[in-house]
Each structure stands twice: as C-alpha cells, then as structure tokens.
Design a protein. Sequence first.
Length: 568
Amino acid sequence: MSALTIHSRPMPAARRAPLLLLGLALAGSAVLLLLLDRNLTFFQDSWAFLMHRQGNALDDFLKPHNEHIVVIPVALQKLLLAIFGMSSSMPEFVLLTVTLLITAVLLFVYVRRRLGDWVALFAAVLVLFLGPAAQVLLWPFEIALVGSTMTGLAMLLALEREDRVGDLLACLMLVLAIGFSSLGLAFAVGAAVDVLQRRRTLGLRRLYVPAVPLVLYAAWYLGWGHEAESSFSLGNVVHSPVFLIEGLGASLAALTGLSALTDSVDKRPWAGMALLAILGALLIWWLWTRRPGISDRFWPVAATAATFWLLGGFNRGAGREAEASRYMHIGAILLLMMAADLLAGSRLRGKRAAQAVLVGAALVIAISALNLKPLDDGYDSFRDETVLTRADLGAMQIAERTIPPTFSLTEEIAGTPSLIDVNATEYFPAEEDHGSPAYTPEELASAPAAGRKQADIVLAQALPLSTAVAEDAALPPAILPGCERAGAAVEEVRLRPGLIQIGVPPGPEAGFSLRRFATGEFPVVTAGAPGNSVTTLKVPRDTAPQPWYLHVDAPQGAFVCHARSTGA
C-alpha cells in the first residue's frame, strides 16, 4: 500500500508581498513607538492607579476610574509593578505596543476577508502610523481603550464562524472587552445586532454572546459603577448626534492626513466633516445607481460605532471632545471596518488592479508621512511632562526628611495637572516597595531647564522653606562672621542649611527670591520685607548636596547672616 503524499504549493510572490510588507510595517511601527517611549514615564491617570490602588482588595480592582470599568488594566498594572517595579515604565510601553500590533493584525484579517490582501495592508498601515492618535500610541494608560478595541475586533471575527466554538469565543472576547473599559458596551451592542439579524438562520440561542457580558457589567455597575463621577446630562444627550458626526469627521480627518494638514486635531474638525459629507453623498449615489446592497456584516460595526460615539457624547466634557486624540484610534478602525463592509466583494483585476495598488500605496505612504507630524507633537508633549514628573518626584525625595505627610503635587506646585494624584502619604510607601522614575540629585542638576526650575518650586514647598519678618529689629552688623552683603551689585548669596537672618536697612521694601537647581533665574519667590527689618529664613537640611542661592532686590542692599545650622 503506497503512502498518501500531500504536495503543498508555495504561496505565489504576489500573495506573499502584502504579508511581508505587513510584517515590515508591524516591525517599523514597533521600533518607532518604542524608540519614542524610551524617553517617557508614567503620566496623568497612570498615577491614579499607582497611588490609589496599592492594595489587593476587591475595591482596588473594581472601583471605577471616572465612569469606566478598568478591571483588566488595573490587574495588568499590578502584575507589571510586581515584576518590574516603578523605576521604569518601559514594560508598560512594550505591552501597549504589542496590543496595538495585535489590533492592527486583526483589522488586516477583517478587511482582507472582504477586499483582499492589498487593501487590508493599506488599512493596517494607516492605523499603525496614525499620528493624530498619539495619546493612544504613546500612553500605556490607554491600553484600556486599545484592549477593548482588540478584543472587540476578535469578537466580531469569531462571530463570522457562525458555529458554537465561534460563539463561545466571541462571548469570551466580549467579556474581556468590557473588562478593559466601558467601550466594550459598544461592541456588545454590535454583537446583539449580529445575533438578532441572524435569528432566522441561527436562532436566538446565540443571545448569550452579548447577554453574559452585559449581565456581568450590570452586576459591576450595581456594586461599584453607580458611584462613579459622570458628565452625563440632558444637554449632552441632546448634543450627542452632533458629537457623533464630529467624531466621525475627526476620525476621517486623522485617517486621511487632513488633520495634519489643517491642524484640526483637538479643534472643530471642519475638514473631516466636509469630507464625510462628500463621501456620504457619493455612497448614496453609488448605492442608488448600482444597487449592490449592503453586506449584513456592516450593521454590527455601524451599531458599534454609533453606540461608541453617542455614549461618548453623553459624557462629553473637558478632554473628552469628539476630536480628542484618544478617540482617533478606535474611530479610524471603525471607519475602515465599515468601509470594508460597504465595498465587500469589489475587485479590480488585471492592469487596473496593479495601478490601483500603486496609487493606494502612494497615498498610504503620503498619509503616514503626514501623520508623523502629530505623532511627533504628541511625543513632545509627553516628553515635557516626563521632565516635570521626574523633576517633581526627585524634589519630593530630596525633601523626604521634612516633607509634610499632607504634601501633594497640586497643579500650582507641580506646574502640571498630570501629577495631582501624587501625595507624600501614598508616594513614599510605593517608592520604597517599587522604586521610582524620579531624577536623582545628580540627574536633576543636568536636567532640562524647565525641570530644574520646577524642582526648585516643589522643593520650596516640600521642605518647606519658611520666613518670618520682624520689623524695627536690630540689624545684624555686616562685620560678624558669616554675614555677607547682598543686593545692589551682588547677584546672589550662597546659603547653608539652617537659620539665615536677612537684615534690610531703612529704605524701600526688599524682595527675596531663591534658586537651587535652576540657572539664570530665581523661581522661588518669598514674602518681601520692609526697610529696617530682619527676616529669618529657615532652610531645612535635606539629602542633596547642591546649595540654595538667595537674590535680594533692594537698592539699599541687605546683610545675610547664617545664624546657626539645623537638621530640622
């Protein structure tokens, strides 16, 4: 009996090319993002997780963040923190990048089933280099939205199997989508539409696919979610259809490079909405004249998109505008999926197909190149925040011996609202257990100017520096040891830790300002003192060797005397 032999034919070169190019695009995107990420650290809402969810109680996982369920992001944060600590955020960036790449591959598969390899490649590349979505591409906290998008896409692909295994997998993916964020609710609506429109052929037994995740979400909402802060209002509900149109227009502008040309990101996306109106008119004309019909796969995606934008409109607020960078990734993906469903089955053949591929490739390369500008702008913003974060935390650690337990990095102190979740009571235990991305005193001394300036401001509040003014007091004579002349031609006086007396002779009021790490400026301004007064300045000792410098602004000058040292 002869053995059965199976001969496998190698994939034709024309078929391999899109897959090879997809691999290159995935690698290029990963390298680009990780090169940018290497200079960044934890930002804004990430600190809410790091500071306020340090335990392992049920509440630490299930309490909402804003109005979102964030069970999986919190679990991932805790896992990475336990393994890698808090000194570097790179593990988070790697995880985010992997999630983004998987999402792009799933989009490729979705579009490929409808329009073939080349169009699927173009769709994936546009999303991989979607610069207007910089907030999603460069901020690990947004793994909440990316995770919901990734698992939601996997759910829709699983439903296409139309069998029991596919339905079970779809249900699992939908549970994960809701576990990442409330964006999963939009995909649950899409799943319900798919089940209902196929009820005659597959029955209603598939209703468990959206029902199980929605029941779990309802249980979470009754237990924890109802306590979340929300921007929900009747005015937002009325405005939500406009929000939907603005969101689609902004996503379209991002997807076509218009936002990079018109600078419409985070502004009213007029260019995108105009293009949306033109494409909508062309679609109506095309459907009317050719009557190709609309694939039934279109409606679950359309329902997902509509639900996403309408729910976003219900909670519209500062930082949650339809044009916000964080919504561009999911918005672009949903637009590409809907376009693929509308055009499903369309094919160009022969010479026209080759020409279309060349034109499409040129457009995708041009758009991706344009979108590198908003990506770079987003990176610049995160890099500036990283400098402030590392400087402010470094200042807190320098002042650890005397910092008040109630000290908090408010916007006025930190120079940024992104650190409002950091306070001394929670930060130092976390730093002791997991390390910190803070600058050391040596790193702070060579940090960018903005960071050194802000460190001085934070230090003045954290130590804290303090002054007390005594009017009509006996002035310290300049001849005493430890006394120096200040003001007039003397730019600055070097200070030692301890109590410093600043004697101002009769004359105009004197102004006092200090610096430590800053150069060329004195960013710490204390209360001034009238003529014929003595101000006692208390400078607590800390862990950094760099001295403070005092600048006195008084035409009559002043005497600066070190009364005594103190460890306080």
